[in-house]
Design a binder for this molecule. Structure first.
Ligand code: MLC
Ligand code: AMP
Length: 506
């Protein structure tokens, strides 16, 4: 009986008293303690009637218990469905219903508000807070640690991660055991992770980056993580001396560079800094090297594919590039019109194939067919070129997408919301350069009558309906949107017009 992901990532650590998590307040958890906790959570899920293939939707603060719940799902063959803690009830109701989750785990503080959502989706509502307390942990505390690991096949689903879509409707990316395991295996080799590594983990664990890239790699390597609730600059500066490696989004690195106490001395012992989820400006790469002597290693991935390319560990880490395909991963740049493969340095859409590429979108066969071809290539929607040395450069996006501090925001979703608001005839949402988040959201509104719109009720409604990171940070009013002769909104023109709105940090 096998469960490839559990067998590779977790089983080797059973009974081991090596440290897995360094936690706030000088606490720590050994691998054995963590896995016992996971076993109890697996039994708790079983007692709720959850079995292999069922979905467990998880909307909880980052904690060791939340991570143990992930391990429990792998052990029990349950599909783990993590959700951004910033999501509002309006956003959550879609995910819980669409996934037909059997259990919905949320913070005790929001249980009352979410009760109806769980009920109408037919999910049992359980709670878990930032300290690992709640109805689920109480249930787990009564269980045995021993649990018979569920038998799973490489092609069975391990996780369902929702990504927003250009049409405004979120799509659940189905990730198999093979997808996650093959990626962790490639990354550990490419980045040389070992049991001696201590990873500074300040990322959220509801996305591919913090959950799979960081956690799965560390589990496979057998190292430990300084597991911080979030990226807090003071804590990161204090903990850095104990770490050997760090993974982050570009905002982590620009925030560190803005801090004079982040010095060459503070970083001198570090083995590796890795960046991804959004473009790292070449300027940040260069400043980082000047300050610390380290060249950040930039890599590129997506929820649907986990990681695709990485700059080399040895060899030149080239600023402004995302390096080479990972072992076993094929990439090619194709014409957006004909789908034909393009030559060196020609710009087109990046296609990716390999064991890392997901199985498709949850119950969306048509969307799956549009993006995942029969020959196994996934059409990423990112615009890229491959240079004569084989380095991949992400030069833009074919898809209408804003990436703010590493979070994806699909303008269409915000436009659909804004178009419904009183006094709004139509809207266009764009990203403008932002010194902290890389990009941030600008909403351009056209009034129904006259030349003004009352923004206060719109902002109040946005507060209720949209996760904080998606809310426009700037509203602009125009009598009409610029359109081409075909009637298509000229977003490039708007991007140019509002390129400087976030010049000062906000
Ligand atoms: C928080 N806020 C953001 C934001 N994060 N606004 C825009 N963009 C963001 N990314 C808003 C909050 O709503 C709040 O607004 C205010 O900022 C303060 O919130 P906070 O929680 O205190 O923010 P902070 O801790 O500073 O968070 C910023 C951050 C965080 C950059 C540290 O967003 C983060 O950890 N990002 C990582 C995202 C990530 O892991 N991406 C991986 C995706 S996987 P208000 O209005 O309430 O004050 C992927 C694949 C791959 O892409 O390749 O990896
Ligand atoms: P997500 O859907 O959250 O997984 O985001 C994936 C998207 O993030 C990709 O399609 C890219 O547009 C972007 N991305 C990830 N890593 C990088 C990178 N290193 N450089 C540029 N864009 C990146």
């Amino acid at each position: 009986m096998t469960n490839p992901l559990y067998d590779a990532l977790f089983a080797p650590h059973e009974g081991q008293d090596t440290i897995f998590l360094h936690l706030p307040g000088n606490q720590s958890l050994t691998h054995a303690e963590f896995l016992d906790e996971a076993g109890r959570y697996a039994n708790a899920l079983k007692s709720l009637g959850v079995g292999p293939g069922d979905r467990v939707a998880v909307h909880v603060a980052k904690s060791a218990a939340a991570l143990a719940l992930y391990a429990a799902c792998v052990k029990a063959g349950v599909v783990f469905l993590p959700l951004n803690t910033a999501y509002t009830p309006a956003e959550l109701s879609y995910f819980v219903a669409d996934s037909e989750a059997s259990v919905f785990v949320c913070d005790p503080g929001e249980a009352q508000e979410l009760e109806e959502i769980a009920k109408s989706a037919g999910a049992a509502l359980m709670t878990l807070d930032a300290n690992g307390e709640g109805t689920l942990s109480s249930l787990a505390a009564k269980q045995e640690a021993a649990f018979q690991t569920a038998t799973r096949d490489s092609e069975d689903l391990a996780a369902l991660l929702y990504t927003s879509g250009t049409t405004g409707r979120s799509k659940g990316a189905m990730l198999t055991q093979r997808n996650l395991l093959s990626n962790a295996e490639s990354l550990i080799k490419t980045w040389r992770f070992t049991a001696d590594d201590v990873l500074l983990h300040a990322l959220p664990i509801f996305h591919s980056h913090g959950l799979f890239v960081a956690t799965n790699v560390m589990l496979l390597a057998g190292g430990s993580m300084i597991f911080l609730p979030r990226f807090d600059l003071e804590t990161v500066l204090a903990e850095l001396p104990k770490a050997t490696t760090m993974m982050g989004v570009p905002t982590f690195y620009t925030r560190l560079l803005d801090e004079p106490r982040f010095t060459r001395d503070l970083a001198s012992h570090m083995r590796l800094f890795i960046s991804g989820s959004a473009p790292l400006l070449a300027e940040t790469h260069i400043q980082f090297e000047e300050r610390t002597g380290h060249r950040i290693l930039e890599r590129y991935g997506m929820t649907e594919t986990s990681m695709n390319t990485s700059n080399p560990y040895d060899g030149e880490r080239r600023a402004g590039t995302v390096g080479f395909p990972l072992p076993g991963v094929e990439v090619k740049v194709c014409s957006p019109e004909t789908g034909e493969e393009l030559g060196t340095d020609e710009i087109g859409v990046l296609w990716v194939r390999g064991p890392n590429v997901f199985k498709g979108y949850w119950r969306m066969p048509e969307k799956t067919r549009e993006e995942l071809r029969e020959d196994g290539f996934f059409i990423t929607g990112d615009l890229a070129r491959i240079d004569d040395r084989g380095y991949v450069h992400i030069v833009g996006r074919g898809k209408d997408l804003i990436i703010s501090g590493g979070y994806n925001i699909y303008p269409k979703e915000i436009e659909l919301f804004l178009d419904e608001q009183p006094g709004v005839k139509e809207s266009a949402v764009i990203g403008a350069p932002h010194p902290d988040f890389g990009e941030s959201v600008v909403a351009v509104l056209v009034p129904q009558d006259g030349d003004t719109i009352d923004l206060a009720p719109i902002e109040a409604e946005a507060q209720k309906s949209l996760a904080g990171f998606k809310r426009p940070r700037r509203y602009e009013i125009l009598p009409e949107l610029p359109r081409n002769t075909m009637g298509k909104v000229q977003k490039n023109q708007l991007r140019e017009q509002y390129a400087d709105v976030f010049q000062a940090k906000s």
